[in-house]
Design a binder for this molecule. Structure first.
Ligand code: OAD
Length: 287
């Protein structure tokens, strides 16, 4: 494992641009269930009843009830060592793009944690260089927090499957952050837009297209990356899963971190079998 860790570190250090591609596994140690494999959501729940536009048209109350439950689970979770290590490394290194299939907000929260840590050490730099980090111990906490939040935004993920904490109007298409508790006991009480239209979770469901801008940005970054670090995704859902082929097809290197088998095992230059929270900090430490 140590030799593989070293090789992974070396491959990433050599690449001018890196794409970090994450799936449900990166959040597993935070207590977020994955989709496939033991304890996976799709073992207990049927996607055709909960995660398709037809399911929402048929029974919006049931769909909101399920998403409301998942939001409550997520609100109680905290970013784990992998989320924080990825963000810290991105902030220090620059030239890295994070692409996630996850609809949770743990990358963003991990980035705030990482940026606050760096700000307290007086060393927010790299991609965050322009945000004006107050250095040393004299800077006050409010200024440090402002700098850290700005820096965290600079490493926000490209989201291929949307966000569970955003909603979209089924009538006018308006999108907005939506974090409040959802009362799904009656259809009449479901969340509504200012225009009166029914809101839906702003996530990508089966049979739906991925957001065009996100897809273009992610695949563009992958095609020009010298390395792709893949963490915690089985690679079963396309088109997102094809991201890694963009990097590999253009001659870039592939590093895969996952305790289980993935679709990328055959193409990985370095394959690290283990949990994200245990392996990722070792790869990205002091890079
Ligand atoms: P999956 O559930 O298909 O795969 C999760 C991966 O995480 C598996 O390869 C596990 O072995 C791995 N894993 C489990 N615990 C881990 C840990 N502690 N550290 C690292 N890896 C771990 O989830 P995704 O590949 O993300 O789509 O699924 C892709 C898409 O399918 C999701 O975005 C979702 C789902 O349907 C939508 O919601 C549109």
């Amino acid at each position: 494992m140590t030799a593989d860790l070293d090789r992974a570190r070396e491959l990433l250090a050599r690449a001018e641009r890196v794409v970090v591609f994450t799936g449900a596994g990166v959040s597993a140690e935070s207590g977020v269930p994955t989709f496939r494999g033991p304890g996976g959501l799709w073992k207990t729940f049927r996607p055709d009843q909960l995660a398709t536009p037809e399911a929402f048209a048929r029974d919006p109350r049931l769909v909101w009830e399920w998403y409301g439950w998942r939001r409550e689970v997520l609100a109680a979770c905290r970013p784990n060592l992998a989320h924080v290590a990825i963000a810290r490394w991105m902030l220090q290194r620059g030239g890295a793009t994070l692409v996630t299939q996850n609809v949770d907000d743990l990358h963003e929260r991990g980035a705030v944690e990482a940026a606050l840590g760096l700000a307290r050490q007086g060393c927010l730099r790299g991609a965050a260089a322009g945000v004006g980090c107050p250095g040393g111990g004299e800077a006050d906490e409010a200024a440090r927090r402002a700098a850290a939040f700005a820096a965290a935004e600079s490493v926000a993920p490209i989201r291929l499957h949307g966000s569970i904490f955003h909603a979209r109007c089924t009538r006018c298409g308006a999108r907005r952050e939506h974090r409040g508790r959802v009362d799904a006991s009656n259809e009449a009480d479901l969340p509504r837009c200012a225009c009166g239209g029914l809101l839906r979770p702003d996530v990508v469901w089966f049979g739906e297209a991925l957001p065009e801008g996100a897809l273009r940005a992610a695949f563009g970054a992958a095609a020009s990356a010298g390395a792709c670090l893949v963490i915690g995704t089985a690679g079963a859902v396309h088109p997102a899963a094809g991201l890694v082929d963009e990097t590999a097809g253009a001659g870039g290197r592939v590093v895969v971190v996952d305790p289980g088998e993935t679709a990328y095992d055959g193409m990985a230059d370095v394959r690290l079998w283990g949990a994200a929270g245990e392996v990722v900090p070792g790869i990205l430490r002091d890079a």
